[in-house]
Design a protein. Structure first.
Lengths: 440, 186
């Protein structure tokens, strides 16, 4: 098919048209590639943390559920069973019982007593307390009396829970009519109170935590700067050194964000338009480099339009606008916790230092909701150190699961900027909420 | 392994020297492509910058099947189309079934420079510019253009016709001699 002459003319003249782009365009491309690489890295880290946190929560939920099922299926007798029935009325075979040490049988009895009490009252109480209180109750007096009428009662034990070998045999014979045997409970396998087990030396724990972060004073020398709340969170693994002291480390994402209303210069250099703070380097909110891909991409607000038109002739223009600065860090903490109270409800003090690796640095000017320009805060250190201190409150949800709430202060130990004129050591505060899972 | 292949493999590892080399090899040609799809040089720089960023971040997707230049050119065209879709989605379309075609004398054609034609093409309304570029210079069919720009085949044809009329008028106004003929639209 014959080509249209207009098509032919343009194809011939422009089909292989070449022209040199501006000399500094490659620099801008490199900046963009590096920036997107960091964003992609950040997204990957977020995804990994998210998946890890999700898996941990699933595992924790699984353990919690398993623990509860075990508790309800095995430890609480059915309603058909006689309340506070003596342990030796269970249909254990003689040979089995003979092989069980007295101590374990005693422990078994303790467990059953507690379980029965829980079933009846819906409360968790220790067996001794239960039995002591039961002494005054006519309902529970009878079965206990039947147990304690044996000839060889061990006087060193409280009468109500003493069990003799002869009684064992008697009860076994009496119960032999029952066909089904109940499982035997051993001393170390049953904890009706989820937080009754104390923290043990040498155990490992893993914690997922998250917190809103506030910065009471973040301005870095500029009164027009306002801090913005951010979010911090991560995964922490800890090792119990002894009953009270544990050390921990892990990875945590943290962020600082601030906004400043200030004067900026719109300037053109080598065909590229820049937005620069008027007093560059006076504070961190002014130590920024903002660039525009091209002048044509500026979406001017009404207030800026006149200035922008003037740009054609003037070298620089000044206008006031809001700059937003966002610093993102990957934090690797090393901290210690000292437990003041170690029970179902626990209290501990925490403190430590963190290495903060800069993973995100974005500065942007937004006007009327439209982002005019984007760039970086200059001279930010790639690695900075911070100290933190807090008070950790814990509540045992299950045998291996503790809910924690920890108000924590974080103070950067040196300026986040390497610029000598900028002394910016932010203080942040957060209330970290977390779930801690303990490994046996 | 050719120099280009070696450079591409190095770009896989985000080697900045290799990226600069790739830019040096193709930036002139690609800037030419971008200028045709842009309304001015600043717009073309934006497309070129975004296009090269995509080339460097997606270079592992190039499977050495076909020409690398063609692959890069498609990225630039797609970047321009994306920019068009973001900013110039709505533009009035005038239906035309008849257009005027022109045959110019040789002297007229030789006196027209590429820069002159570039200016004319950049001054076209965005959608006409896109369709004209894709059809007349890149060689896409109206069906393909319709799919790329999310318009109907008929709309693509009418846009092309309108673009031709505008360009023809500008060439005639600026470079004179011609003989007019009336033809049916393709």
């Amino acid at each position: 098919m014959e080509r249209h002459p207009i098509d032919q003319l343009f194809k011939d003249k422009l089909g292989n048209f070449e022209k040199n782009p501006p000399a500094d365009l490659m620099g801008q491309i490199e900046q963009q590639v590096a920036f997107r690489g960091k964003v992609r890295q950040m997204n990957q880290i977020k995804a990994v943390i998210g998946v890890a946190a999700g898996l941990i929560l699933i595992v924790m939920a699984g353990w919690f559920s398993l623990d509860q099922n075990q508790f309800s299926e095995n430890k609480i007798p059915s309603k058909n069973q006689k309340e506070l029935s003596p342990v030796l009325s269970t249909p254990l075979k003689e040979a089995t019982v003979a092989s069980i040490p007295d101590k374990l049988l005693l422990a078994d009895q303790q467990h059953r007593g507690t379980a029965t009490a829980m079933n009846r009252d819906g409360k968790s109480k220790s067996v001794v307390a239960k039995r002591n209180s039961a002494a005054s109750s006519s309902k529970v007096k009878e079965p206990i009396a039947s147990v304690s009428t044996g000839k060889e009662t061990e006087k060193s034990l409280p009468q109500t829970i003493a069990v003799t070998k002869e009684e064992k045999k008697t009860d076994i014979n009496n119960s032999s009519k029952q066909k089904k045997a109940e499982p035997v409970y051993f001393a170390d396998s049953y904890y009706p109170n989820p937080a009754a087990r104390k923290t043990e030396k040498g155990s490992w724990r893993i914690k997922a935590e998250v917190s809103p972060m506030f910065a009471p004073q973040i301005s870095g020398g500029n009164s027009a700067t306002k801090s913005m709340s951010t979010v911090s969170g991560g995964m922490i693994a800890s090792y119990q050194l002894n009953k009270r002291v544990s050390i921990s480390t892990g990875v945590r994402y943290s962020q600082m964000k601030q906004g400043t209303h200030s004067a900026y210069t719109l300037s053109a250099k080598s065909g590229i338009t820049y937005l620069e703070p008027v007093e560059k380097s006076a504070s961190i909110s002014r130590d920024v480099s903002l660039y525009l891909p091209s002048k044509s991409s500026i979406v001017y607000s009404n207030g800026m339009q006149a200035i922008a038109n003037g740009l054609q002739s003037a070298a620089t223009n000044v206008f006031a606008s809001d700059i937003s600065q966002d610093f993102k860090y990957l934090e690797i903490p090393v901290q210690a916790t000292y437990k003041l109270i170690d029970s179902k409800f626990s209290v501990g003090v925490t403190g430590g230092i963190s290495t903060n690796i800069l993973i995100g640095n974005i500065a942007s000017i937004t006007e009327n909701g439209i982002k005019l320009s984007q760039g970086n805060t200059d001279n930010l250190r790639d690695v900075i150190y911070s100290g933190s201190a807090g008070v950790e409150f814990g509540y045992g949800l299950a045998k291996n699961l503790v809910l924690t709430v920890e108000p924590r202060l974080k103070q950067y130990m040196h300026s986040v900027s390497s610029n000598e004129m900028v002394n910016f050591k932010p203080l942040q505060m957060g209330i970290f909420t977390g779930l801690t899972f303990s490994f046996e | 392994m050719t120099h280009l292949e070696d450079t591409i493999y190095k770009c896989w590892e985000s080697n900045s020297k290799a990226q600069s080399e790739l830019y040096r090899l193709f930036s002139r040609k690609m800037y030419g492509v971008c200028l045709r799809y842009a309304k001015d040089s600043a717009d073309a720089e934006d497309i070129l910058q975004e296009g090269f960023v995509r080339v460097f971040t997606k270079i592992k997707q190039f499977e050495f099947k076909g020409s690398f230049e063609g692959w890069m050119r498609r990225i630039m065209v797609n970047t321009a189309l994306e920019k068009f879709r973001k900013h110039d989605r709505l533009y009035p379309v005038e239906e035309m079934s008849i257009y005027e075609s022109t045959e110019w004398v040789e002297e007229t054609i030789s006196s027209i420079t590429a820069d002159d034609l570039m200016k004319m093409i950049q001054e076209l309304p965005p959608r006409y510019r896109m369709v004209f570029n894709l059809y007349a210079i890149e060689g896409y069919s109206h069906l393909e253009i319709g799919a790329m720009m999310n318009i109907s085949e008929g709309t693509s044809k009418s846009n092309l016709s309108r673009a031709r009329v505008i360009l023809q008028k500008r060439v005639t106004d600026n470079f004179g001699e011609e003989k007019r003929i009336q033809v049916k639209a393709i």
